[in-house]
Design a protein. Structure first.
Length: 279
């Protein structure tokens, strides 16, 4: 048996595994772009005498992906210090009808392509709970042409036209997930909420980038409407559809079947080489 050949073969396979494995995990980046000033929509948790109100916008994963960070932009009332931001919560939703009652209640014009009734529990991250860390920075004065804050109603009263323009301070909220979010390939909705000691956080709209996946637009709901959702641009204002300003970063994760095939192929190479060496 040619021992030198065997050693060379084993070293070659080891190097191949070392090179191939990192290459299987690529970086993931998604962004809807910077705010366009068209609309700001409420997204806040419930508190004493205040309804929870949520806004969600969609993204697609073509591979199993580990999300590490998120960024989103909103509008704070003028003069609000960044220290008034006391918590940030992130939830991820499947697309209806997954995780939902089907048929739906009929309280909204449509549920097709909306977020699901309930969030993906394993993907929820919260600042107070310690599963995310957030940092807020000011991007200066900003204005929007329209807003949706309180006018979120069941049909037939879903159309309100919005609640008019607003001005304030644009804030950029960057989030690090202390426990990364692992998601399978699928279509999802991203929902951030920001809790202030006083006033409302309005999530700012943004254009969808060129070459983006099918767009399911921004949806909203409050506790009176839940578990249903309304399309902000189609149902409430009839000015859309709108998208929301956010970005996501992380790494794709190779599928177990891919790793198995890779390992089987490399083991086959070892066996073939050893067989030649013994012969």
């Amino acid at each position: 048996m040619n021992k030198r050949l065997i050693i060379t073969c084993i070293l070659t396979v080891s190097v191949a595994i070392f090179i191939a494995m990192p290459a299987a995990a690529d970086s993931f980046n998604f962004s809807t772009g910077l705010p366009d000033g068209l609309i700001g929509t409420l997204s806040r948790p419930a508190s004493a005498g205040i309804l929870q109100t949520e806004t969600a916008d969609d993204f697609i994963l073509s591979q199993t992906t580990m999300l590490n960070q998120a960024t989103f932009r909103g509008l704070l009332p003028s003069g609000t210090p960044l220290s008034n931001i006391v918590d940030v919560e992130i939830e991820i939703y499947h697309v209806f009808p997954t995780d939902s009652a089907n048929p739906p209640s009929g309280n909204v014009p449509a549920r097709a392509n909306s977020p699901a009734d309930v969030e993906i529990a394993s993907a929820t991250r919260d600042g107070i709970a310690g599963t995310l860390k957030f940092n807020a920075t000011s991007a200066g004065a900003f204005s929007v042409a329209n807003t949706v804050v309180n006018g979120i109603n069941k049909k037939p009263g879903q159309f309100t036209g919005g609640e008019g323009p607003a001005s304030g301070e644009q804030v950029v909220i960057s989030v690090d997930f202390t426990t990364p979010i692992l998601l399978d390939p699928d279509h999802y909705f991203f929902r951030p909420e920001v809790q202030l000691t006083d006033g409302n956080f309005l999530w700012l709209s943004a254009p969808k980038p060129i070459g983006a996946p099918p767009d399911l637009q921004s949806w909203t709901r409050n506790d009176d409407l839940a578990p249903d959702w309304l399309r902000i641009g189609t149902d409430i204002t009839e000015q859309g559809p709108f998208n929301a300003s956010f970005s996501l970063t992380g790494q794709t994760t190779p599928e177990p079947s891919t790793l198995l095939l890779m390992g089987t192929g490399l083991l086959g190479l070892v066996g073939f080489t050893l067989k030649k060496a013994i012969a």
